[in-house]
Design a protein around this ligand. Sequence first.
Ligand SMILES: [Ca+2]
Ligand SMILES: [Ca+2]
Length: 172
Amino acid sequence: MKTRQLILLAAFSLITPQLKADETKPYKGKVHAIPGLIEAEHWDEGKAGTAYHDIDEPNRGEDYREKTQVDIEKRPDASNGHGIGWTKKGEWLIYTVEVNESGMYNIEMDGKDVTGPINVPDTGSWKTLKLVTHKNVKLEKGVHLMKVVMDSEGGSKSIGDIDYFKFNKTND
Ligand SMILES: [Ca+2]
Ligand SMILES: [Ca+2]
């Protein structure tokens, strides 16, 4: 079991990486649609260093999918019952996404993490997930690789637990 403790400010960013599309495969062959909800635990299939980077070899959590170094957390309060935990500075995950409509989006993160970069507030407990919204991100229609990067650690020496990423198109 990991130590439960408070998380302080942390951040990560969401960018389109310079990767070839054939280096990773969408999880179970399903491209994530935007607008839509992307489960954090459904990053692309592929090798360490291409589909993800994780600083320690074991999966410290659940065997939810193929053998991986990424630390998958099982938690009943999370969407799909799972999320990503034990996050460390420098780690990243790739998601193949398809933006179905160009425009401005609000990105919601259920967990202690965000996009941006943006600072995340202390939710008070590892057992508490909070919705964090990052507004007005411009996205172009088409297939993209989304890279979630763990930028900096908070006082807990982690980034936070991530449940999902939700993309809502703004109404303007
Ligand atoms: Ca690991
Ligand atoms: Ca989830």
